[in-house]
Design a protein around this ligand. Structure first.
Ligand code: ADP
Ligand code: MG
Length: 340
């Protein structure tokens, strides 16, 4: 089921739109992530796709059908929220079966029981149907919530920060798990998160929102390799920012000269991620002094100070023998320049 939004806006108080002229397409069977900071309009978009809220302008289509004409019950949408309250007094099986009781034509008890067991198997919790929500972990509860959303065989799956309340290791597991289930079922999925790593790991396509507008959309490779604005670049991960002046198609970076990639002459900002800077004892680049060394499992992060007092972070090979206080040069291996 392909979903398309065309020029969708939502104005709650009539002044600042919560969702502002959003057009996007979620191809059939794709997993698309809506990524943006808190308040950027993600939940509002999801609620409008679900039919729980309505656009003030624009259209939402399910396939070729105008979604506003389809009542919520017939939209065929499965929804999982961050704090999905499973009914605490019901077993997991009863929770999963809940939505199926209302299905038409009515299913037999045996058919429902068989489907519940199948769904618990799908979310890798086979045989746990008799337990109660309090007897399983938070991560397992979100899996049951997904089984419950899938019980009615939705055409579309909507997930609003489903792993937001869980700790980092569990989130990473669930991410992989969700991707596997998605690939098994091939169900069109819209996934909301403010966590860029989660979006980039999980989605076929990432739609980045700011203040209710789409600022960039593309595959994870597209948006990470070619962020279209300082906002996207900074939002997607750690980056050092330098104010530079572009002159004759390049900018000075200490004693080095870096191509400005078509940015016109004048004031500009240069970004380089920690992994895109290298430390060397001398050579062309920006002079700096190592202030701190942070040892991490897969890298060493150096915090260096430039003579102007700017703090710069860069990654060094774990085996490099470096000391705080050491003077050297920052060389830019990759960078991106935007007009100021
Ligand atoms: P996100 O999910 O990205 O955090 P939301 O879609 O929840 O963002 O909110 C987007 C904006 O719309 C916010 O400024 C929020 O305060 C506002 N908003 C959301 N729901 C309502 C509502 N029911 N009434 C008024 N304002 C709302
Ligand atoms: Mg939200």
């Amino acid at each position: 089921m392909k979903i398309s939004l065309q020029g969708v806006s939502r104005l709650f108080d009539g002044t600042v739109p919560a969702v502002d002229d959003v057009s996007l397409e979620i191809g059939s069977g794709r997993l698309v992530a809506l990524l943006g900071p808190s308040g950027s309009g993600k939940t509002t978009i999801l609620r409008m796709v679900a039919g729980l809220d309505f656009p003030d302008r624009g259209t939402i289509r399910f396939g070729d059908e105008d979604a506003t004409a389809i009542p919520v019950a017939r939209r065929g949408v499965g929804f999982v929220f961050q704090h999905y309250a499973l009914f605490p007094h019901m077993t997991l099986a009863e929770n999963v079966a809940f939505g199926m009781e209302a299905l038409k034509p009515k299913r037999s008890r045996a058919a429902i029981a068989a489907r519940v067991e199948e769904l618990l198997g799908l979310v890798r919790l086979p045989g746990l149907g008799a337990r109660f929500p309090a007897q399983i972990s938070g991560g397992q509860r979100q899996r049951v919530a997904l089984a419950r959303a899938l019980a009615v065989e939705p055409r579309v799956l909507l997930l609003d920060e489903p792993f937001g309340a869980l700790d980092a290791a569990v989130r990473r597991d669930l991410r992989r798990w969700l991707r596997e289930i998605h690939d098994e079922l091939g169900i069109t999925t819209l996934f909301v998160t403010h966590d860029q790593e989660e979006a980039l790991d999980l989605a076929d396509e990432v739609v980045i929102l700011k203040d209710g507008r789409i600022v960039q959309a593309g595959t994870p490779a597209d948006v990470t390799r070619r962020p279209g604005s300082p906002f996207v670049l900074e939002f997607l991960g750690d980056a050092n920012r330098f104010e530079v002046s572009v002159d004759g198609g390049g900018a000075r970076f200490g004693s080095a000269w870096l191509a400005a990639g078509g940015v016109p002459d004048g004031r500009a900002v240069l970004y380089a991620r920690p992994r895109d800077l290298a430390w060397s004892p001398d050579g062309p680049g920006l002079p700096a002094r190592i202030q701190r060394i942070l040892d991490r499992p897969d890298s060493r992060r150096l915090v260096a100070l430039t003579p102007e007092g700017a703090s710069v972070e860069l990654d060094a090979p774990p085996e490099a023998s470096l000391r705080p206080g050491e003077n050297g040069v920052l060389a830019a291996l990759r960078w991106q320049i935007f007009p100021a």
